[in-house]
Design a protein. Sequence first.
Length: 424
Amino acid sequence: MDGLKVCVIGAGSTYTPELIEGFIKRKKELPVSEFALMDIDAEKLRVVGGLAARMIEKSGLGAKVDLITDRRKALEGADFVLTQIRVGGIPARIRDEHIPIEFGIIGQETTGPGGFAKALRTVPVMIDIARNIEKLAPNAWWINFTNPSGIVTEALLKYTKVNVIGLCNVPIGMTKALAKKLEVEPEDLLLNYVGLNHLSWVTRVCVHGRDVTREAVKKSLAGRAEEDQAWMKTYGMIPNGYLRYYYARDKVMDGLKKAEKTRGEIVSEVEASLLEKYRNPNLKKKPKELEKRGGAHYSTAAVSLAAAIHRNKKELHIVNTRNGSTIPCLPADSAIEVNCMIDGGGAHPLAVGEIPLEIRGLLQAVKSYEELTVKAAAEGSKKIALQALVAHPLVPSFTVAKDLLDRILEANAEYLPQFAKRRK
């Protein structure tokens, strides 16, 4: 097979060395001959890209590494495109965490008003990237890790013609944790995993075709907060960790108010420390401190997904893709996060059955919010943006949503040209 060109947009991210490590580990499955590492921050790209190049050289992979600030040049002829961008950087994330708290609402990077603000900044940029891919690499497979991954994926599916699959590290983390608790290998498990990105449930667990859901739920109770245990016993399911923002919002909110620093502020400190380490010309592997940055199993998820596509493996992966008829109570053109069979043609969702009544309401409510957010972000409509916030279960009223939206638009004005153009 001819060598592959892999383009990473947002390669100045401190995650990049972990991603490169994944490609090195799977070099027999993915014969990469060129890495086009692209970022708009030339200095971060130089530092992070330098470590990536040293890692590749040490591994004997033999791939060419180009550090590029010109996105079009980086994308030209790519076979795989991976995106891990953060529009506005970590300072914008920190604002996303603080602003909702001013209104008595949970401030978090992807869930609620924080994720909403991030989506407004991010969706137009991702659509712009898609336009480049349509012209310069129309056959490329785009694996998106940029949050909010589900909303971004839905926007790209609705407004562009790219081959995109949304990815999150949570499902693979849940799978590995469950396998360890059940004392089996991850590949021995089959999860009935249903929902949206950062809003999902494992409703059934099978090992070699045997239903072990009750045992899996029981063994998953250990180490969890009391309210989480109570929820799991009541529902008989295993929740994605992000569901705490809904089921235990009072406790989460109390914790956020008492915390000395937000997660974004902690990440900012970790980033600075990592970049200092990356500058060491003798460093040729990812430092252990990268684990503090988050994103565990990111490279495993991303690179194994790329290998499944390239090798036409017909392998199961939990990803974000178009719903179709998979979850009948959600719109066909919306993005969902479920088990998919991955082959050379991309992601093919597996049937999940009827959604249990006890989780259906929250699932549909959040999907309504996501659909409105996609439309508001792509089209720059303040009216629809307000409707999106009102629809979100964490936002208590129209009045709060209206004032909160004004605050978000004001704080992010330099990153929201679509709203300035429409002015309505």
